[in-house]
Design a protein around this ligand. Structure first.
Ligand SMILES: C[S@@+](CC[C@H](N)C(=O)[O-])C[C@H]1O[C@@H](n2cnc3c(N)ncnc32)[C@H](O)[C@@H]1O
Length: 211
């Protein structure tokens, strides 16, 4: 796939290298994140990410969870902190995001016992031949690339979910929250889609198997 080099979803962004530090209280815990230009929302935590983190459902027992398109790692790191028994996978295509995620895991989860796996590549490609399924997949999708790519992901998510697993994501109402809900219901009539929260123009969704 040909990707421009000056976007947050480029493999090797060309923006200047300068390290920024974001400190943010999420779910009543203070996190410190290192970020660099070329990574999504590098100068402050994105509002959609924040609304998502504050409202996503997190299992407390031991599960296998995935932060898909992890950026500098905020979602996966909060999952790791709040669900200390779980294994956490974090995937991104952007190599700068992967560098930040590695640093941020060291900074924020240094005493954690989670098994953390940070993988670079195109969505599920780094998992090929691993025969891995998740109890939770979490995503703040990159809609700047267009909605089509996200709908393609939505289509293949069930292949990567365990039977009782869920896919949770955030989407701005204006960027097609209603359309996405309808697409999901039409494509997967036997699955459930629930809105966990509507705040500041963002909708947080949870999709799961009916039975
Ligand atoms: C909207 S950002 C969200 C980042 C992070 N989860 C957050 O909330 O701050 C979407 C992320 O998806 C990543 N991404 C875009 N296309 C991808 C692909 N084909 N495979 C893996 N990650 C991708 C981008 O690099 C970016 O970090």
């Amino acid at each position: 796939m040909e990707r421009k080099r000056n976007h947050y979803y480029s493999k090797f962004p060309e923006a200047n290298v300068k390290i920024y530090t974001i400190s943010e209280s999420l779910r009543r815990h203070l996190y410190i994140f290192k970020t660099i230009p070329g990574v999504f929302s590098y100068n402050k935590i994105d509002l959609g990410t924040k609304v998502f983190i504050e409202n996503m459902d997190i299992p407390t027992e031991s599960k296998v969870l995935l932060d898909l398109g992890c950026g500098y790692g905020s979602i996966g790191i909060v999952l790791g902190y709040e669900s200390p028994q779980s294994s956490i996978y974090l995937i991104d295509i952007n190599m700068r995001a992967i560098w930040c995620t590695r640093e941020n895991v060291k900074l924020n989860l240094k005493n954690a016992k989670n098994h953390i796996f940070i993988l670079s590549g195109n969505y599920f490609e780094p998992l090929e031949n691993k025969n891995l399924k998740f109890d939770g997949i979490y995503m703040n999708p990159p809609l700047r690339q267009g909605r089509k790519e996200f709908l393609k992901i939505l289509d293949i998510i069930p292949e990567y979910l365990n039977r009782n697993g869920s896919f949770q994501f955030v989407i701005k109402k204006k960027m097609g929250a209603l359309f996405t809900k309808k697409f999901f219901k039409d494509t997967f009539p036997d699955e459930n889609i629930e809105i966990l929260c509507k705040r500041s123009g963002y909708w947080v969704f949870k999709c799961f198997h009916s039975s």
